[in-house]
Design a protein around this ligand. Structure first.
Ligand code: PHE
Length: 337
């Protein structure tokens, strides 16, 4: 056995390996599981203890030598392959078509809304998406066991919630400083709803808040009319429906007339021709009080516009989920927004 190993040690020094195919057959012959080395080790296991010492040493040496040859050759071939790859690059070819980043349709709608409200003297603010109960519910006049609290199917994160509306940002702003405020506050909100083409477990709102001395419901209506004419076009019809929110009194929801001519408008309006666009109302005195604002001196209005549906309407998108799938084929259609 020792002689066999010695012979092999001499033999392998003479082997020439010219390319990676030859290297592979070298590996198979000597180093693979059924190769020479493992056969020798199998034989070696059968030797009695005293002889093991004499055989083990040259056997290990043989294995090391083989591995050394294999590794150094492999490194050479890999290097060669890489340099061939880079040599094959034709730097005179025209560059890949430049795909510039583009504005997401939802962002385009948000920007447009911000422009409209800026032109009316509104400022911009934002708040956190993970909220505490106080800002999302408590300070907004949701009583502890009030059924209104069930109105929103909420995702809880420990003691916190994923905000269910941007109205929480109203509270953050009113706690920070004294009136007057004229603010718009866009952002993502979350509700535990079944996901479908019309509704998602998260969506986007832009909150409006105006608090000053002598603000009335007429101011609210006029502002919303103006927004609708600017955004949806002159002559767009609106209707207000009485509604209920714990944080506004009186409260209303506003729809715009989109008709039932096309499949898209039929689907979006559930066949009625009216699309609900926002909730609104006069800020409840309890909300002002919870932010240390005297409701005998100040009044205000608030509204929350749902941005996803009006984006779908504006750009003829018929499934809300496509807004968030990041499919490049969809996003490319909005280049230049
Ligand atoms: N927060 C309400 C909602 O998510 C909308 C709203 C905002 C209503 C402001 C009144 C005033 O449905």
């Amino acid at each position: 056995m020792i002689e066999k190993i010695q012979r092999l040690l001499k033999e392998i020094k003479k082997i020439e390996i010219k390319n990676s195919e030859e290297l592979e057959s070298f590996r198979l012959q000597y180093l693979s599981r059924k190769g020479v080395v493992s056969q020798l080790f199998d034989e070696f296991k059968k030797f009695p203890g005293i002889e093991k010492k004499d055989v083990g040493k040259p056997l290990n040496l043989l294995k090391q030598e083989l591995e050394k040859i294999f590794n150094s050759k492999k490194e050479n071939f890999d290097l060669e392959k890489n340099s061939q790859l880079t040599q094959n690059i034709d730097s005179s070819l025209p560059v890949y078509k430049n795909l510039p980043a583009s504005t997401h349709p939802l962002k385009a709608v948000e920007n447009k809304l911000i422009d409209i409200f800026y032109s009316l003297g509104f400022d911009y603010s934002e708040g956190p998406e993970i909220e505490d109960d106080h800002h999302n519910f408590g300070a907004l006049n949701f009583e502890e066991d009030h059924p209104a609290r069930d109105m929103q199917d909420t995702f809880f994160v420990g003691d916190y919630v994923l905000r269910t509306h941007t109205s929480s940002v109203q509270i953050r702003e009113m706690e920070k400083k004294n009136p007057p405020y004229r603010l718009i506050m866009p952002g993502r909100v979350y509700r535990n709803e079944a996901v479908s083409s019309r509704s998602n477990c998260f969506f986007h709102q832009i909150e409006g808040l105006y608090v000053d001395k002598g603000v009335t419901f007429a101011d609210l209506k006029q502002t919303l009319y103006y927004f609708v004419q600017q955004f949806f076009g002159e002559g767009t019809e609106v209707r207000f429906r009485a509604s209920y929110f714990p944080f506004t009194e009186p409260s209303a929801e506003m729809d715009i007339w989109i008709g039932t001519e096309s499949e898209d408008t039929k689907r979006l309006s559930k066949g009625t021709g009216w699309l609900e666009v926002l909730g609104c109302g006069m800020v409840h005195p309890n909300v002002l009080k919870s932010c240390s604002i005297d409701p005998d001196i100040y009044t205000g209005y608030a509204f929350g516009i749902g941005m996803d549906r009006i984006t779908m309407l504006k750009y003829g998108i018929n499934d809300i989920r496509t807004l968030f799938q990041n499919d490049i084929r969809m996003l490319q259609q909005f280049q230049g927004l």
